[in-house]
Design a protein around this ligand. Structure first.
Ligand SMILES: Nc1nc2c(c(=O)[nH]1)N[C@H]1C(S)=C(S)[C@@H](COP(=O)(O)O)O[C@H]1N2
Ligand SMILES: [Mo]
Length: 213
């Protein structure tokens, strides 16, 4: 896998493996593959919004302009895709759901246990609230200092990966972050998202190699 990327890739893979950052069955890539179902949606800053609803005290909706005023965070993460590529040390910038909850901008009800990400064209992906509130789940607008490219989820995507040294965090595969994100639904009970209904693992733990259900 990825032998065409040459000796640099191999050296980098050895380093990441020695640092215990390469989960079982994964190979490192220097590239950033694009994977999704369906077309890349258009973006209109005048009509775009991010809606938060469900098991929360008060529904919220932010315009693109409003979303960009929210408190921001940068995180560096290793991405691990269920199709067996991993990418180390990726830099993301955006908004942590944890920050929004801490600042009272989102107020989950006690019954809230799970969160469904809703993306353009009806794409969905579910996660436990516990994971959505971790430091490694970001509502990301920027990758590598630039706005995310359209095929990686512009203008906004959920992104989840492993933070080196943070063994306290649960890390699922990359598909658990929705590109072209438009909504977060807080739920008292779990529901399966798009790929989970298609037979992917619901828990999707990279270290336990939970790829398929
Ligand atoms: N809206 C949307 N988001 C999605 C998907 C999709 O089909 N639609 N696929 C997921 C899958 S399967 C993967 S592996 C990652 C890939 O992200 P990337 O294209 O930035 O590498 O996006 C995830 N987010
Ligand atoms: Mo995927």
């Amino acid at each position: 896998m990825f032998s065409q990327e040459g000796p640099d890739r191999r050296k980098e893979e050895d380093r990441i493996r020695e640092e215990h950052r390469l989960p079982p069955g994964q190979a490192l890539t220097i590239k950033f593959p694009v994977l999704h179902y369906g077309p890349v949606p258009p973006f209109n800053a005048a009509t775009w919004d991010l809606r938060i609803w469900g098991e929360i005290e008060k529904e919220v909706s932010w315009t693109w302009e409003e979303f960009n005023q929210l408190p921001r965070t940068q995180i560096q993460m290793d991405l691990h895709c269920v199709t067996r590529w991993s990418k180390a040390d990726t830099l993301w910038e955006g908004v942590l759901v944890r920050t929004l909850v801490e600042q009272g901008l989102i107020r989950p009800r006690p019954a809230a246990r799970y969160v469904m990400q809703h993306a353009e064209y009806g794409f969905t992906v579910n996660l436990p609230l516990e994971i959505v509130l971790q430091d490694n789940f970001l509502l990301a607008t920027h990758f590598d200092g630039q706005p995310i490219t359209p095929d990686h989820g512009f203008p906004l995507r959920g992104v989840i990966g492993a933070i080196a040294g943070r063994d306290d965090l649960k890390t699922p595969y990359l598909w658990k972050g929705a590109k072209w994100l438009r909504g977060l639904e807080f739920m008292s009970q779990d529901r399966l998202g798009f790929w989970e209904k298609a037979g992917y693992s619901n828990s999707a733990d990279i270290w336990k190699e939970e790829r398929f259900a």
